[in-house]
Ligand binder design. Sequence first.
Ligand code: KG4
Ligand code: ZN
Length: 354
Amino acid sequence: MKKSEALILAIESSCDDTSVAVLKGFEVLSNVIFSQDIHSYYGGVVPEMASRAHIESIVPTIKASLKTSNIKLNQVEAIAVTQGPGLLGSLLVGHSIAKSLSLALSIPMINVHHIEGHMLSCFLTEKNIQQNSSLDFPYLCLTVSGGHTQIVIVHNWDKFEIIGQTLDDAVGEAFDKAARLLSLGYPGGPLIDKNAKTGNPNRFIFSKTKTNGLNFSYSGIKTNILQLMQKEKKNNPKTLSSELNDWCASIQKSLVEPLVLNIEQAIKQTGIRQLAIAGGVSANSHLRHLIQKLGIKQNIQIYLPPLSYTMDNAAMIGAVGQFSLLNGVSDSICSSADARLISDKWVVKESNTI
Ligand code: KG4
Ligand code: ZN
């Protein structure tokens, strides 16, 4: 891989985390994340509140990131920013300030697709921290977040081939819906993960949804979980609280296992022997354990992101910014944030078109 030493300031504001990072090349000098807790009270992200909170936190987060990295604003050589997809009001806050900085400092601005950031986060390095693996193109990436569930061949920084994807809900969405049924807070994924640790994953069995090829389906699981809960409540009205950990472990198992089965199939089909996981759900301890086991069983190289890179963060946006700069790609400040951004760098394998 070519080397870049450029100093980039990166901004991510696509949902409910305000994050600003400073990178020198692919080395992360700072990665400040301000998480908005207010949404847990409402059981989900309230878009209007998210954009207002971004407006309040964006300048302090930029200042904190520069201070932590010991870099002055006038040393920054380029701005990378999430253009989409995400909540429009949230995206506009980060995108507008990126345009202002680019104009004021006369430096290039680079628009980044949020999910490409997740998929390229395996290239980030930190001083004095040993990377658990270093990948090179091409590698497989299992991208699992609140809005995406995909198996992708990352051919290069600008070529992503989707070989499997969800036909309906994303796995993170399924975690959040299941947590709501259990009256846990938001986001539900980490809470199910936490409670599952001491639960019996085989206590409740849910029916499996069949899909073609390497695709996934998660929309039926909510109804399935709800029906089993109603049935079990007839025997034990307090089952949801008295057996909470068993519910969490069983739900977690049923959501994570299809991911691992399909990724194992993808390794066989493609012959690619490097695998990264990315996105919010890649923080899941059961998924990480199974992927690690798969790596040993298949003798393939695995990249498990540090937890700070599994959640939404600006460092990953900076990684895409570095690849763009290295390849002479930057964007006009007349461009705009796009809530439904579709990347021209993605191709869907024909047999997997939905
Ligand atoms: O990538 P992300 O932070 O935001 C999006 O781009 O969507 O992913 C958020 C999702 C949420 O659905 C959240 O419940 C899930 O990631 N998540 C987890 C865990 N941590 C976050 N799901 C399962 N186990 C976790 N430990
Ligand atoms: Zn994300």
